[in-house]
Design a binder for this molecule. Structure first.
Ligand SMILES: Cc1cc2nc3c(=O)[nH]c(=O)nc-3n(C[C@H](O)[C@H](O)[C@H](O)COP(=O)(O)OP(=O)(O)OC[C@H]3O[C@@H](n4cnc5c(N)ncnc54)[C@H](O)[C@@H]3O)c2cc1C
Length: 421
């Protein structure tokens, strides 16, 4: 297993990289350095991916079924392991324990997380690395970064993101949680809904209204330690999928935190959150690629072996054509993601591309998991095969982190086709 120190020396190119997958299954994409080097990954990315893959194979995948059954994975334990190996702050500054690599390395890791045999754990890790922390890393004070970012990157603290509320999901600007100033403190009242990692988290990156006035300029992102008096986990939400990941409803009743817990400038929270969403959406897309490939590969394997009416299911043209069509779509998605990441690294605003990627990822995951499951017949409807878990888990991608329709609205806005209110 690579140590954090060895990952910090990533500039030394590694020789003789092995293929990520040695599976001989037809249709399984055997990714290797030479095949993908020309886009955004080089040997260092593959070194990082291979190191993460070892942890996934040894410490995560063997436990996934158990954690799915328990409806929770041990976030502190898993994050500490990932933190010790440098995987929780790949593109964050070295000063706070990160590897200070560009965002292509975060993308490489997000792709690799797709090898975890469920959707819930990659999502929970993404909340820690790409959803709760980008704004803190970019705009947070020295004090906040030392107190919260550094231990989150180390895996000592578990983070969660509090944006959605009972009556505000797609319409982020309509949130009701309020943080009122009292001397040097803020008093927070309200609540958050759908909080991933919410039952285990040590702190929340919380979006709250800090003043009256225009809804896009009256909000702040605030670091709330979850053990602060007045913070309660009101409910652990039972879900259709993503079983390994805990999801909570949180209440705030007169929660007092210092004003110094505001990330960056007061009143800029909505804008920071919109920027933070870019990484969330790129992460969600990167995480989708391996599951998509796996669904197709496993379906090829199963339908090769399964015979009906005297020939293999795969032999029917509708089946192999459908799988070829899906594979083509996955390649298109991969190319779009790599382009978005390449531009993001150059410092461009990739809101439109990231939204397009997320939209396509959600839709393709739904289409692929549904079409592949169909070819498994009754077996696809059991809990014994990965495809049924993928079908349940991946349904979320069209809803969470901004529903498909929200992505469409953003794209339309940037195309100047969204009707003015
Ligand atoms: C398992 C899970 C984990 C989550 N984790 C987190 C988390 O960690 N932190 C967090 O803050 N949130 C989290 N969320 C919340 C998630 O981001 C929201 O569910 C999502 O943004 C949608 O909001 P909503 O559920 O309130 O749906 P609503 O806003 O009520 O929307 C319902 C539906 O309306 C449609 N719609 C929306 N906008 C438009 C439009 N402009 N035009 C036409 N139709 C539209 C869409 O189909 C949408 O699905 C999580 C959700 C789930 C289910």
């Amino acid at each position: 297993m690579a140590t954090k120190q060895s990952l910090l020396r990533l500039s030394t190119r590694v020789q003789g990289l092995r293929r990520l997958s040695s599976s001989p299954t037809p249709g399984v994409q055997t990714l290797s350095y030479s095949e993908s080097d020309d886009i955004i990954y080089g040997p260092d990315h593959w070194q990082l991916r291979n190191s993460l893959r070892k942890i996934i194979d040894k410490d995560i995948n063997p436990k996934v079924d158990e954690w799915e059954a328990q409806r929770k994975f041990p976030a502190h334990k898993v994050f500490k392991l990932l933190g010790n190996n440098g995987f929780l702050g790949v593109s964050r500054p070295k000063e706070y324990g990160g590897l200070e690599l560009d965002y292509s390395y975060s993308t490489a890791l997000a792709e690799e997380l797709g090898n975890i045999n469920c959707g819930g754990i990659p999502m929970a890790i993404g909340v820690q690395t790409d959803m709760s922390t980008p704004a803190l890393a970019r705009f947070g004070s020295e004090f906040l970064k030392k107190e919260f970012l550094a231990p989150t990157i180390a895996g000592d603290l578990v983070a969660c993101l509090g944006v959605s509320e009972v009556s505000s999901g797609s319409d982020v600007a309509s949130i009701q949680t309020r943080a009122s100033r009292k001397g040097d403190d803020l008093i927070i009242n309200g609540g958050k809904m759908w909080t991933t990692n919410g039952t285990q988290a040590d702190w929340m990156c919380c979006l709250a209204n800090t003043s009256e006035g225009k809804v896009h300029a009256n909000k702040s992102l605030i670091v709330i330690p979850m053990k602060t008096p007045g913070v309660t986990v009101a409910k652990e939400i039972q879900k259709l999928g993503m079983w390994s990941s805990d999801t909570a409803q949180i209440f705030f009743e007169d929660v007092r935190v210092p004003r110094s817990h505001i990330i960056g400038e007061e009143g800029q929270g909505f804008m920071y959150q919109m920027l933070q969403f870019q990484e969330e959406r790129l992460f969600a897309t990167a995480c989708a690629l391996v599951p998509l490939e796996k669904m197709i590969a496993e379906t090829i394997k199963y339908t090769t072996e399964r015979k009906i009416f005297g020939r293999s299911v795969l032999n029917y043209q509708v089946v192999h054509f459908t799988l070829a069509e899906l594979s083509t779509e996955v390649e298109m998605l991969r190319s779009a993601l790599y382009r978005a990441v390449a531009l993001y690294i150059k410092g461009q605003d990739v809101t439109k591309l990231a939204s397009m990627c997320k939209l396509k990822a959600g839709r393709l995951l739904r289409e692929a998991s549904d079409k592949c499951l169909q070819y498994w017949g009754g077996m696809g409807f059991t809990e014994e095969v990965l495809i049924s878990r993928m079908y349940r888990d991946m349904r979320l991608i069209s809803i969470g982190a901004g529903a498909d329709e929200v992505m469409l609205a953003i794209i339309c806005k940037l195309m100047n086709t969204l009707p003015k209110k």
